[in-house]
Ligand binder design. Structure first.
Ligand code: UDP
Length: 358
Protein backbone atom coordinates (compact mmCIF):
# COMPACT_ATOMS: atom_id res chain seq x y z
CA UNK A 1 0.00 0.00 0.00
CA UNK A 2 1.24 3.51 -0.78
CA UNK A 3 0.63 5.77 2.21
CA UNK A 4 0.78 9.56 2.07
CA UNK A 5 1.37 11.10 5.50
CA UNK A 6 0.46 14.79 5.46
CA UNK A 7 1.83 16.55 8.53
CA UNK A 8 4.36 13.77 9.14
CA UNK A 9 6.77 16.14 10.87
CA UNK A 10 4.69 16.52 14.04
CA UNK A 11 4.70 14.38 17.16
CA UNK A 12 2.23 11.71 15.99
CA UNK A 13 3.46 11.81 12.38
CA UNK A 14 7.10 11.22 13.18
CA UNK A 15 6.35 8.28 15.47
CA UNK A 16 3.96 6.80 12.91
CA UNK A 17 6.47 7.27 10.08
CA UNK A 18 9.18 5.55 12.12
CA UNK A 19 6.94 2.58 12.91
CA UNK A 20 5.78 2.15 9.29
CA UNK A 21 9.38 2.27 8.06
CA UNK A 22 10.37 -0.31 10.68
CA UNK A 23 7.53 -2.62 9.58
CA UNK A 24 8.71 -2.23 5.99
CA UNK A 25 5.38 -3.46 4.62
CA UNK A 26 4.14 -0.25 3.01
CA UNK A 27 5.60 2.52 0.91
CA UNK A 28 5.50 5.76 2.90
CA UNK A 29 5.82 9.38 1.81
CA UNK A 30 6.29 11.83 4.68
CA UNK A 31 5.10 15.34 3.82
CA UNK A 32 5.62 18.43 5.97
CA UNK A 33 7.09 21.90 5.98
CA UNK A 34 9.26 21.00 9.01
CA UNK A 35 11.81 18.23 9.09
CA UNK A 36 13.42 18.65 12.53
CA UNK A 37 11.72 15.69 14.18
CA UNK A 38 11.89 13.52 11.05
CA UNK A 39 15.67 14.10 11.08
CA UNK A 40 15.78 11.93 14.21
CA UNK A 41 14.67 8.91 12.13
CA UNK A 42 17.71 7.03 10.94
CA UNK A 43 16.00 4.85 8.31
CA UNK A 44 17.50 5.10 4.79
CA UNK A 45 14.06 4.40 3.31
CA UNK A 46 12.59 7.62 4.69
CA UNK A 47 11.07 9.51 1.77
CA UNK A 48 10.50 13.12 2.78
CA UNK A 49 8.75 15.67 0.59
CA UNK A 50 8.74 19.32 1.62
CA UNK A 51 5.35 20.59 0.59
CA UNK A 52 3.12 23.28 2.07
CA UNK A 53 -0.44 22.02 1.73
CA UNK A 54 -1.70 25.60 2.03
CA UNK A 55 0.15 26.88 -1.05
CA UNK A 56 1.45 23.95 -3.14
CA UNK A 57 -1.95 22.87 -4.41
CA UNK A 58 -0.83 21.20 -7.64
CA UNK A 59 1.87 19.18 -5.85
CA UNK A 60 -0.64 18.18 -3.18
CA UNK A 61 -3.13 16.98 -5.77
CA UNK A 62 -0.44 14.95 -7.55
CA UNK A 63 0.63 13.40 -4.25
CA UNK A 64 -2.98 12.39 -3.51
CA UNK A 65 -3.27 10.82 -6.98
CA UNK A 66 -0.03 8.87 -6.47
CA UNK A 67 -1.03 7.17 -3.19
CA UNK A 68 -3.64 4.67 -2.00
CA UNK A 69 -4.37 6.08 1.46
CA UNK A 70 -4.07 9.69 2.59
CA UNK A 71 -3.42 10.32 6.28
CA UNK A 72 -4.24 13.87 7.34
CA UNK A 73 -2.29 14.95 10.41
CA UNK A 74 -2.04 18.61 9.45
CA UNK A 75 -3.21 20.76 12.37
CA UNK A 76 -2.36 23.17 15.11
CA UNK A 77 -2.94 21.11 18.25
CA UNK A 78 -1.84 23.18 21.19
CA UNK A 79 -4.36 24.85 23.55
CA UNK A 80 -2.28 28.01 23.98
CA UNK A 81 -2.64 28.61 20.24
CA UNK A 82 -6.43 28.16 20.30
CA UNK A 83 -6.50 31.16 22.63
CA UNK A 84 -3.78 33.22 20.91
CA UNK A 85 -4.71 32.68 17.26
CA UNK A 86 -8.24 31.31 16.86
CA UNK A 87 -8.45 32.40 13.21
CA UNK A 88 -5.19 30.70 12.33
CA UNK A 89 -6.48 27.53 13.99
CA UNK A 90 -9.72 27.69 12.00
CA UNK A 91 -7.95 28.35 8.71
CA UNK A 92 -5.48 25.49 9.00
CA UNK A 93 -7.61 22.97 10.87
CA UNK A 94 -10.75 23.48 8.79
CA UNK A 95 -10.27 25.43 5.55
CA UNK A 96 -6.96 23.82 4.54
CA UNK A 97 -8.01 20.38 5.74
CA UNK A 98 -11.21 20.65 3.75
CA UNK A 99 -9.12 20.91 0.57
CA UNK A 100 -7.54 17.55 1.38
CA UNK A 101 -10.98 15.99 1.90
CA UNK A 102 -12.14 17.40 -1.45
CA UNK A 103 -9.09 16.01 -3.24
CA UNK A 104 -9.64 12.57 -1.71
CA UNK A 105 -13.25 12.64 -2.83
CA UNK A 106 -12.33 13.83 -6.33
CA UNK A 107 -9.76 11.04 -6.79
CA UNK A 108 -11.65 8.34 -4.85
CA UNK A 109 -8.92 7.87 -2.22
CA UNK A 110 -9.46 6.64 1.29
CA UNK A 111 -8.65 9.28 3.91
CA UNK A 112 -7.64 8.69 7.52
CA UNK A 113 -8.44 11.93 9.28
CA UNK A 114 -6.93 12.87 12.63
CA UNK A 115 -9.48 14.64 14.75
CA UNK A 116 -9.40 15.12 18.53
CA UNK A 117 -11.00 13.96 21.78
CA UNK A 118 -11.80 17.66 22.24
CA UNK A 119 -14.77 17.20 19.90
CA UNK A 120 -16.58 15.77 22.92
CA UNK A 121 -15.99 19.06 24.72
CA UNK A 122 -17.11 19.04 28.33
CA UNK A 123 -18.83 16.21 30.15
CA UNK A 124 -22.58 16.59 30.53
CA UNK A 125 -22.05 16.17 34.31
CA UNK A 126 -20.18 19.45 34.55
CA UNK A 127 -22.80 21.31 32.50
CA UNK A 128 -25.44 20.51 35.12
CA UNK A 129 -23.16 21.44 37.98
CA UNK A 130 -22.12 17.95 39.08
CA UNK A 131 -18.55 17.31 40.08
CA UNK A 132 -17.02 15.32 37.20
CA UNK A 133 -14.91 13.51 39.82
CA UNK A 134 -18.02 11.71 41.05
CA UNK A 135 -19.44 11.12 37.57
CA UNK A 136 -17.19 9.20 35.21
CA UNK A 137 -18.74 9.48 31.75
CA UNK A 138 -16.74 7.62 29.11
CA UNK A 139 -17.08 9.14 25.64
CA UNK A 140 -18.53 6.77 23.03
CA UNK A 141 -17.83 7.55 19.37
CA UNK A 142 -21.29 7.19 17.86
CA UNK A 143 -23.40 8.05 20.89
CA UNK A 144 -22.04 10.80 23.11
CA UNK A 145 -23.27 14.37 22.43
CA UNK A 146 -20.59 16.95 21.71
CA UNK A 147 -20.76 19.83 24.20
CA UNK A 148 -18.86 23.03 23.49
CA UNK A 149 -18.65 26.10 25.73
CA UNK A 150 -19.90 29.58 24.79
CA UNK A 151 -18.46 31.49 21.80
CA UNK A 152 -16.67 34.02 24.04
CA UNK A 153 -14.44 31.16 25.20
CA UNK A 154 -12.73 30.93 21.86
CA UNK A 155 -10.63 27.95 22.88
CA UNK A 156 -13.49 25.89 21.46
CA UNK A 157 -12.76 27.01 17.91
CA UNK A 158 -10.28 24.13 17.68
CA UNK A 159 -12.81 21.52 18.74
CA UNK A 160 -15.53 23.12 16.60
CA UNK A 161 -13.31 23.16 13.49
CA UNK A 162 -12.45 19.50 14.01
CA UNK A 163 -16.08 18.64 14.67
CA UNK A 164 -17.24 20.36 11.50
CA UNK A 165 -14.54 18.55 9.52
CA UNK A 166 -15.82 15.24 10.90
CA UNK A 167 -19.36 16.18 9.91
CA UNK A 168 -18.21 17.13 6.41
CA UNK A 169 -16.44 13.78 6.04
CA UNK A 170 -19.58 11.99 7.14
CA UNK A 171 -21.60 13.96 4.60
CA UNK A 172 -19.09 13.17 1.82
CA UNK A 173 -19.42 9.53 2.81
CA UNK A 174 -23.19 9.58 2.51
CA UNK A 175 -23.52 11.73 -0.59
CA UNK A 176 -20.36 11.03 -2.59
CA UNK A 177 -19.24 7.63 -1.38
CA UNK A 178 -16.00 8.90 0.19
CA UNK A 179 -14.28 6.26 2.28
CA UNK A 180 -12.83 7.68 5.48
CA UNK A 181 -11.78 6.71 8.99
CA UNK A 182 -11.62 9.28 11.77
CA UNK A 183 -9.27 9.04 14.73
CA UNK A 184 -9.89 10.86 18.01
CA UNK A 185 -6.64 10.82 20.01
CA UNK A 186 -6.85 11.03 23.81
CA UNK A 187 -3.73 12.74 25.12
CA UNK A 188 -0.91 10.87 23.43
CA UNK A 189 2.45 11.35 25.14
CA UNK A 190 5.92 10.05 24.32
CA UNK A 191 9.28 10.92 22.82
CA UNK A 192 9.34 14.05 20.64
CA UNK A 193 6.01 15.36 21.98
CA UNK A 194 6.84 19.06 22.33
CA UNK A 195 9.71 21.46 22.77
CA UNK A 196 10.73 22.74 26.20
CA UNK A 197 9.88 26.43 26.78
CA UNK A 198 13.41 27.19 28.05
CA UNK A 199 14.83 25.93 24.75
CA UNK A 200 12.31 27.39 22.30
CA UNK A 201 9.86 30.27 22.56
CA UNK A 202 6.19 29.35 22.91
CA UNK A 203 3.65 27.74 25.18
CA UNK A 204 3.61 23.94 24.71
CA UNK A 205 1.40 21.34 26.40
CA UNK A 206 1.57 20.52 30.08
CA UNK A 207 4.12 17.69 29.95
CA UNK A 208 6.79 20.00 28.52
CA UNK A 209 6.08 22.72 31.06
CA UNK A 210 6.51 20.30 33.94
CA UNK A 211 9.61 18.75 32.38
CA UNK A 212 11.01 22.23 31.93
CA UNK A 213 10.51 22.83 35.64
CA UNK A 214 12.40 19.68 36.54
CA UNK A 215 15.32 20.40 34.22
CA UNK A 216 15.53 24.20 34.44
CA UNK A 217 13.82 25.06 37.75
CA UNK A 218 10.85 27.06 36.42
CA UNK A 219 7.77 26.62 38.65
CA UNK A 220 5.38 23.79 37.77
CA UNK A 221 2.17 25.76 37.35
CA UNK A 222 -1.23 24.22 38.02
CA UNK A 223 -3.82 26.04 35.95
CA UNK A 224 -6.86 26.74 38.18
CA UNK A 225 -5.52 24.28 40.75
CA UNK A 226 -4.84 21.39 38.33
CA UNK A 227 -8.05 19.57 39.29
CA UNK A 228 -9.05 18.52 35.79
CA UNK A 229 -8.44 15.01 34.57
CA UNK A 230 -6.50 13.60 31.66
CA UNK A 231 -5.68 9.98 30.78
CA UNK A 232 -2.31 9.74 29.04
CA UNK A 233 -1.76 7.21 26.26
CA UNK A 234 1.72 6.10 25.27
CA UNK A 235 2.54 6.94 21.67
CA UNK A 236 3.61 3.34 20.85
CA UNK A 237 0.19 2.03 21.97
CA UNK A 238 -1.48 4.73 19.88
CA UNK A 239 0.63 4.06 16.80
CA UNK A 240 -0.14 0.36 17.07
CA UNK A 241 -3.84 1.17 16.81
CA UNK A 242 -3.32 3.71 14.03
CA UNK A 243 -1.45 1.14 11.90
CA UNK A 244 -4.38 -1.28 12.28
CA UNK A 245 -6.74 1.46 11.13
CA UNK A 246 -4.52 2.25 8.13
CA UNK A 247 -4.33 -1.40 7.14
CA UNK A 248 -8.12 -1.66 7.44
CA UNK A 249 -8.42 -5.44 7.37
CA UNK A 250 -11.69 -6.59 5.76
CA UNK A 251 -12.77 -2.95 5.44
CA UNK A 252 -13.69 -2.89 9.15
CA UNK A 253 -12.67 0.75 9.49
CA UNK A 254 -14.64 2.02 6.51
CA UNK A 255 -16.50 5.18 7.59
CA UNK A 256 -15.77 4.53 11.24
CA UNK A 257 -14.73 6.89 14.01
CA UNK A 258 -12.26 5.54 16.60
CA UNK A 259 -11.32 6.79 20.04
CA UNK A 260 -7.71 5.94 20.80
CA UNK A 261 -6.93 6.24 24.51
CA UNK A 262 -6.07 4.42 27.71
CA UNK A 263 -9.08 5.03 29.97
CA UNK A 264 -7.61 3.52 33.13
CA UNK A 265 -4.63 5.90 33.05
CA UNK A 266 -6.63 8.78 34.50
CA UNK A 267 -5.12 11.30 36.86
CA UNK A 268 -5.52 14.98 37.64
CA UNK A 269 -2.97 17.53 36.45
CA UNK A 270 -1.98 18.13 40.10
CA UNK A 271 -1.32 14.39 40.44
CA UNK A 272 0.69 14.47 37.21
CA UNK A 273 2.94 17.18 38.65
CA UNK A 274 3.52 15.13 41.82
CA UNK A 275 4.16 11.94 39.87
CA UNK A 276 6.69 13.63 37.57
CA UNK A 277 8.51 15.06 40.58
CA UNK A 278 8.59 11.66 42.26
CA UNK A 279 9.90 9.86 39.16
CA UNK A 280 12.50 12.56 38.60
CA UNK A 281 13.74 12.40 42.19
CA UNK A 282 13.85 8.60 42.24
CA UNK A 283 15.40 7.94 38.83
CA UNK A 284 16.85 10.98 37.12
CA UNK A 285 18.03 13.49 39.73
CA UNK A 286 21.71 14.47 39.61
CA UNK A 287 23.67 16.81 41.89
CA UNK A 288 22.84 20.42 41.17
CA UNK A 289 19.46 19.73 39.53
CA UNK A 290 16.77 22.24 40.50
CA UNK A 291 13.81 21.43 42.73
CA UNK A 292 10.88 23.38 41.23
CA UNK A 293 7.94 24.49 43.32
CA UNK A 294 4.41 23.54 42.34
CA UNK A 295 2.28 26.70 42.23
CA UNK A 296 -1.28 27.67 41.33
CA UNK A 297 -2.00 30.03 38.43
CA UNK A 298 -5.30 31.25 37.01
CA UNK A 299 -6.26 30.21 33.48
CA UNK A 300 -6.46 33.84 32.45
CA UNK A 301 -2.94 34.52 33.69
CA UNK A 302 -1.59 31.40 31.98
CA UNK A 303 -3.46 31.49 28.67
CA UNK A 304 -5.13 34.91 28.48
CA UNK A 305 -8.84 35.48 27.97
CA UNK A 306 -10.97 32.90 26.15
CA UNK A 307 -9.80 29.66 27.77
CA UNK A 308 -12.10 27.06 29.21
CA UNK A 309 -11.06 23.55 30.12
CA UNK A 310 -12.29 20.09 29.27
CA UNK A 311 -13.05 18.78 32.76
CA UNK A 312 -12.73 15.04 32.21
CA UNK A 313 -11.91 12.92 29.17
CA UNK A 314 -12.36 9.18 29.40
CA UNK A 315 -12.21 7.22 26.16
CA UNK A 316 -14.53 4.32 25.58
CA UNK A 317 -12.33 2.08 23.40
CA UNK A 318 -14.68 -0.85 22.90
CA UNK A 319 -14.88 -0.23 19.15
CA UNK A 320 -11.09 -0.43 18.67
CA UNK A 321 -11.00 -3.51 20.90
CA UNK A 322 -13.78 -5.27 19.01
CA UNK A 323 -13.01 -4.32 15.42
CA UNK A 324 -9.21 -4.24 15.62
CA UNK A 325 -8.35 -6.54 18.52
CA UNK A 326 -6.31 -3.66 19.98
CA UNK A 327 -5.51 -3.21 23.65
CA UNK A 328 -3.25 -0.45 25.00
CA UNK A 329 -0.56 -1.67 27.38
CA UNK A 330 1.40 1.14 28.97
CA UNK A 331 0.38 2.18 32.51
CA UNK A 332 0.40 5.80 33.61
CA UNK A 333 3.72 5.26 35.37
CA UNK A 334 5.34 3.73 32.28
CA UNK A 335 3.96 6.42 29.95
CA UNK A 336 5.34 9.20 32.12
CA UNK A 337 8.62 7.43 32.96
CA UNK A 338 9.48 6.63 29.34
CA UNK A 339 8.63 10.12 28.11
CA UNK A 340 10.62 11.75 30.90
CA UNK A 341 13.57 9.48 30.15
CA UNK A 342 13.58 10.71 26.54
CA UNK A 343 13.69 14.36 27.65
CA UNK A 344 16.32 13.74 30.32
CA UNK A 345 18.57 11.94 27.84
CA UNK A 346 18.14 14.67 25.26
CA UNK A 347 19.06 17.24 27.89
CA UNK A 348 22.07 15.23 29.07
CA UNK A 349 23.29 14.77 25.48
CA UNK A 350 23.12 18.54 25.05
CA UNK A 351 25.27 19.01 28.16
CA UNK A 352 27.72 16.37 26.94
CA UNK A 353 26.67 13.99 29.72
CA UNK A 354 26.09 10.23 29.62
CA UNK A 355 22.50 8.96 29.20
CA UNK A 356 20.39 7.51 32.01
CA UNK A 357 21.55 4.01 32.87
CA UNK A 358 18.94 1.43 31.92
N1 UDP B 1 -1.95 22.90 32.36
C1 UDP B 1 -1.36 23.18 33.59
N2 UDP B 1 -0.08 23.68 33.61
C2 UDP B 1 0.63 23.92 32.47
C3 UDP B 1 0.03 23.63 31.21
C4 UDP B 1 -1.28 23.13 31.19
O1 UDP B 1 -1.97 22.97 34.65
O2 UDP B 1 1.80 24.34 32.59
C5 UDP B 1 -3.30 22.27 32.34
C6 UDP B 1 -4.33 22.74 31.33
O3 UDP B 1 -5.06 23.84 31.81
C7 UDP B 1 -5.17 21.50 31.16
C8 UDP B 1 -4.17 20.37 31.29
O4 UDP B 1 -3.06 20.91 32.00
O5 UDP B 1 -6.08 21.37 32.24
C9 UDP B 1 -3.70 19.77 29.99
O6 UDP B 1 -3.29 20.80 29.14
P1 UDP B 1 -2.42 20.59 27.83
O7 UDP B 1 -1.87 21.92 27.42
O8 UDP B 1 -1.42 19.51 28.03
O9 UDP B 1 -3.43 20.13 26.69
P2 UDP B 1 -4.87 19.44 26.64
O10 UDP B 1 -4.80 18.15 27.37
O11 UDP B 1 -5.84 20.41 27.27
O12 UDP B 1 -5.10 19.27 25.18
Amino acid sequence: MKILLLGAGGFIGVNLTERLLKDGVHEVTAVDIYKDKLNEIEDPNLKYVELDICTDEAALEQAVIDHDVIVDLVAFANPALYVEDPLGVFELNFIENLKIVELCSKHSKRIVQFSTCEVYGRTSASTVGWDPKDHPQPFVEDETPLIMGPIKNHRWIYASAKQLLERVLHAYGIQKGLNYSIIRPFNFVGPRIDFLPSEQAGNPRVFSHFMNGLLYGTPMQLVDGGGNFRAYTYIDDAVDCIVRILENKDGKCDRQIFNIGKPDNELTIAELAELMKKIFNEHFRQDGDPDPEIVDVSAEEFYGEGYEDCDRRIANIDKARELLGWEPEYSTYDVIFKTMEYFVNKHRAKQGEAPVEA
